[in-house]
Design a protein around this ligand. Structure first.
Ligand code: SAM
Length: 271
């Protein structure tokens, strides 16, 4: 399947799939995502990253592995019977996780990205009641989610993975306002966020200046950001979570390195 017509931000979904496919092959893997390699294969993308991507893989490979495990655990522990995967890309959680019986999983992304995934997954049943919803997250998407059957009176497990660094601070506020407006008490929001750093910018620029330009600030301080919108946050440094799984992080994001940038993993509850 040809993904060359999908826009640059959309194609980043396959970059993350490549990191998950690589992790799934490790003997000490933190999770197994058997579908990540299928997505690459269907798009004609080789498993081996090209040399220009090696710096980025070194920085984000562990981040993607640790965040996937952390976010898997957070979504299942939330105990909600409704989940929304915002900007789901090649996330296979609707097919991969053992959701409680009857859980409804909504996936929001651009239409061509969702269509690709559905075509690849046609022979693989979802493990939840599955609702792909095509949206432009910069537009008024909550009515589309409601039309797809989303119930705002039900506690929801929300996921915004691999997304916040593509938004500026204002757009991140707008997204959280929309999520908050749809979140009944007991809802849980989980996300990762990575602060810009010289190492990251150099690695992105080495691949393409266009990719580097996609990187925005996102929320400046995730804990304040969540509190300010009425959520009770629990924000960890990636290094802390990685260590708890027996993994390390790139020096650019290791608090033990002087001048290291932040890489956060967050979960928050709406009370
Ligand atoms: N959450 C997935 C993961 O971690 O594997 C995908 C992350 S990928 C880096 C970013 C995703 O955001 C892409 O699938 C892209 O299509 C989606 N996206 C970015 N901007 C969007 C927008 N304005 N509307 C809908 N989807 C968008």
């Amino acid at each position: 399947m040809d993904i060359s017509q999908i826009n640059a931000i959309g194609r980043t979904a396959w970059e993350v799939a490549a990191l998950r496919a690589a992790e799934s092959e490790r003997p000490d893997r933190l999770f197994t995502d058997p579908y990540a390699a299928l997505f690459l294969d269907a798009a004609g993308i080789p498993m081996e990253p090209d040399p220009a991507k090696q710096d980025l893989v070194a920085i984000l490979g562990e981040q993607a592995a640790v965040r996937t495990r952390f976010l898997d655990e957070t979504l299942l522990a939330a105990g909600c019977r409704q989940a929304v995967l915002v900007a789901s890309g090649m996330d296979s959680r609707a097919y991969r996780l053992e959701w409680p019986a009857g859980t409804e999983v909504f996936e929001l992304d651009q239409e061509p990205v969702l269509r690709f995934k559905q075509e690849v997954m046609v022979a693989h049943p979802a493990r939840a009641v599955h609702h792909p919803v095509d949206v432009d997250l910069r537009a008024d998407w909550p009515p589309l989610l409601r039309q797809a059957g989303f119930r705002p009176d039900e506690p929801t497990a929300w996921l915004a993975e691999g997304l916040l660094y593509a938004l500026d601070a204002g757009a991140a506020d707008g997204l959280l306002d929309a999520i908050t407006g749809l979140s009944a008490p007991g809802s849980v929001l989980a996300f990762d966020h990575v602060q810009d750093s010289a190492a990251l910018r150099a690695a992105l620029t080495r691949i393409s200046p266009g990719l580097a330009a996609l990187w925005q600030s996102g929320p400046i301080d995730p804990e304040d950001w969540l509190r300010g919108h009425g959520w009770t946050p629990e924000v960890s440094e990636l290094a802390q979570v990685a260590n708890s799984y027996g993994r390390g992080v790139h020096p650019a994001y290791d608090p033990a390195t002087e001048g290291a940038a932040h890489s956060w993993l967050a979960r928050a509850t709406r009370t």
